[in-house]
Design a protein. Structure first.
Ligand SMILES: [Zn+2]
Length: 246
């Protein structure tokens, strides 16, 4: 393939811009702010899950508490009724009297057990609602952090986007000055090797960083300036930067 030395030198500018675009793309994909945001979001989902569990626990406990309190009330009412019967002197048979007194004793024991249950449930409720307050507080703080991280991430992305836009514009301008066949070869090589063209400096290919042997160097020196050369090692287009620009 033949191409003017100017067109060949343009390939090096194109390769620089492609490297720049590659770096920007890498930065975009590995942005620390994006990773930070994802971590914060994962934590947020955890907290949301924990809050849902705590809310369910709290409502279960509140139901348990009402039930236990209703049970206490029922037993207390029965005790009061029994005592009223005793006090009114309505029970005359000694057997019946004895039964009533022992019922009051066992009801009193039952009442004390149920009151114990109420206290236990209230303690659990206090724990759960305390934990809920803590988790809700952490989540509220995290919501603020998420907004702050998203703002930093978006600013970094916008900056990358702007640089990337500039590099793309420059690339389009330079590509327009390169003949189609040479540009086609460059793009094919770039797709295969990431870099499509490299400079030859002091006998060394700047693409693969290998020094060319004397035979290859001799062949390159003998080649006319408009001959498009390739590195024998990495197959990239080898641009004789020093010779062609002088
Ligand atoms: Zn090479």
């Amino acid at each position: 393939m033949k191409a003017s030395p100017q067109a060949q030198l343009k390939l090096l500018e194109l390769a620089d811009l492609d490297a720049e675009l590659g770096r920007l793309d890498h930065r975009r994909r590995t942005l620390p702010e994006s990773q930070e945001y994802e971590r914060a979001q994962a934590r947020n989902a955890e907290l949301r899950g924990e809050l849902a569990t705590l809310e369910a626990q709290q409502s279960d406990l509140e139901r348990d508490q009402s039930k236990a309190e209703r049970d206490v009330d029922q037993v207390r009412t029965r005790i009061e009724r029994d005592r009223a019967r005793l006090d009114a002197g309505l029970v005359s048979s000694p057997k019946e009297l004895e039964n009533l007194q022992s019922e009051i004793v066992s009801l009193a024991r039952r009442q004390s057990d149920l009151e114990e249950v109420v206290l236990e449930v209230m303690e659990r409720l206090e724990e759960v609602s305390g934990r809920r307050t803590t988790v809700a507080g952490e989540q509220a703080a995290l919501t603020g952090q998420l907004e702050e991280i998203a703002a930093r991430r978006d600013a970094a992305l916008a900056e990358i986007e702007e640089e990337s836009g500039k590099a793309s514009d420059s690339r389009a301008g330079i590509a327009a000055e390169i003949p189609d066949d040479l540009l086609g070869l460059y793009d094919r090589l770039r797709a295969q090797h990431t870099v499509g063209a490299a400079a030859l400096n002091r006998g060394r290919c700047e693409g693969c960083h290998l020094s060319l042997n004397k035979v290859d160097l001799g062949r390159i020196r003998a080649a006319p300036p408009d001959e498009v050369l390739r590195c024998e090692e990495c197959r990239r287009i080898l641009v004789r930067a020093d010779e062609l620009s002088s």
